[in-house]
Design a protein around this ligand. Structure first.
Ligand SMILES: Cc1cc2nc3c(=O)[nH]c(=O)nc-3n(C[C@H](O)[C@H](O)[C@H](O)COP(=O)(O)OP(=O)(O)OC[C@H]3O[C@@H](n4cnc5c(N)ncnc54)[C@H](O)[C@@H]3O)c2cc1C
Length: 379
């Protein structure tokens, strides 16, 4: 067991940090204020290999291990949680699923373009009545002699405002729940697709979330990703990686909150001294730093498991659960330390406070993670 990066990993992470600090951080407030999808920034990230970090070099990716990926996502997220989420969707939820389950033709069509950022991917699982209960798919894919016809509505599909392709999950055996769902690679310029803006979100603004309305969308049988009726497995495998990445994304926000709280504790004076001299402030800083450090260990452990073992279900759920809640507490405590300066609209801590909250909701709420963890430890 080792807790240090190789010089090669460190050199890459230094490059990512330089990008995050010089290119991403200066634009993060504007991205939050406008909520406009940061296409130019995504292109810059793609040039560094960040859109296909975990995709093999054979398929045009950077071929990085999951620990390096998690560390890179944390660094980007400390500058902009939004950009970090965009990267995680493309990497973990779309490209990795195609690499793991795609046919050679599907891989040839999509993988290197996704990994290089020449195409953008999205993951369309959630529906109005299929959030935590994701097996309750009301979108239906009917097979005929020319392929599948898909009808339904997907909600909150990140990246999909600009994406070229979505992995769309649909019931192919409508009453069989998780055992009757198939996954499809649907080009988003297909006839019958309408992109409807999702409700405005509190944080992680600029994710390009839209609802996808699918009306008689026709795809040929070759568009199915994985076995018929086994699409739920595709979704769950993708979410395992995605949850490690969201743990890292939450950590980045928590780390940014800690750094801002430390800066302010040194700079702000009350009663004739820096507030960092008061034990009440010191204890909050100590708790934030300790909780984030523990969350980082869980995240790296989950990432390492993802690299080495066939499954990382338990580890990824534990990492996401703990990191998202620890980062939420970090942002909350940072706001208390900055007090009115943190509660000010447009302040860094105010944005972090809004951004961090989503990590306890998307890719499975904290309750869903606890359900998965309990099922594992009880079995
Ligand atoms: C910013 C953002 C981006 C998103 N991006 C995507 C995306 O790209 N693709 C995609 O497919 N989806 C996406 N989503 C959707 C997201 O995955 C869902 O919102 C999430 O899974 C929760 O579903 P829900 O909102 O319908 O909540 P519900 O499932 O309705 O849950 C409501 C509450 O009930 C709790 N609950 C539900 N069932 C149980 C139970 N059995 N036991 C205990 N508690 C329970 C939940 O934990 C929650 O607290 C996104 C959401 C957001 C906010």
């Amino acid at each position: 067991m080792t807790f240090s990066f190789t010089s090669e990993q460190q050199a890459f992470l230094d490059t990512v940090r330089q990008f995050a600090e010089t290119r991403v951080a200066p634009r993060a407030a504007e991205l939050d204020a406008t909520g406009i999808y940061p296409r130019a920034l995504v292109d810059e990230a793609a040039a560094l290999g960040l859109m296909g970090l975990t995709v093999s070099t054979e398929h045009g990716g950077a071929g990085r291990d999951y620990v390096t990926y998690a560390a890179a996502i944390e660094i980007v997220s400390a500058a902009s949680a939004t950009l970090a989420v965009i990267l995680t969707v493309n990497n973990s939820l779309v490209a990795e699923a195609i690499e793991q389950f795609g046919t050679p033709l599907q891989q040839e069509t999509w993988l290197s373009r996704l990994a290089r950022g020449q195409a953008i991917g999205s993951f369309a699982l959630s529906e109005a009545d299929a959030g935590s209960d994701a097996a309750n798919q009301q979108t239906v894919a009917r097979l005929d002699d020319r392929g599948y016809v898909i009808n339904g509505r997907k909600v909150w599909v990140a990246n999909a405002e600009v994406a070229d392709v979505a992995i769309v999950f649909a019931a192919t055996e409508p009453d069989a729940r998780g055992r009757g769902i198939s996954a499809f690679l649907v080009p988003l310029d297909a006839r019958g697709i309408t992109r409807v803006p999702s409700p405005e979100s509190l944080g992680v603004r600029g994710l390009g979330c839209v609802d996808l309305e699918l009306t008689d969308v026709r795809v040929d049988a070759m568009a199915r990703l994985g076995e018929p009726g086994r699409g739920f497995r595709v979704a769950m495998r993708a979410l395992e990686g995605g949850r490690v990445a969201i743990a890292a994304q939450a950590l980045g926000v928590g780390q940014a909150a800690l750094e801002e709280a430390l800066r302010y504790s040194r700079a702000r004076h009350a009663f004739g001294q820096p507030i960092g001299n008061f034990q009440a402030i010191q204890f909050q800083l100590a708790d934030i730093a300790t909780e984030l450090s523990a969350a980082r260990m869980l995240t790296w452990k989950a990432a390492d498991t993802r690299d080495r073992a066939p499954r990382a279900t338990l580890e990824s759920s534990m990492a996401k659960l703990h990191a998202s809640e620890a980062a939420h507490r970090a942002a909350d405590r940072a706001m208390q330390i900055l007090a009115s300066a943190g509660y000010t609209r447009g302040s860094l801590v105010e944005r972090l406070f809004r951004d961090v909250r989503a990590a306890e909701i998307y890719q499975g709420t904290s309750e869903v993670q606890r359900m998965i963890i309990a099922e594992h430890i009880l079995s």
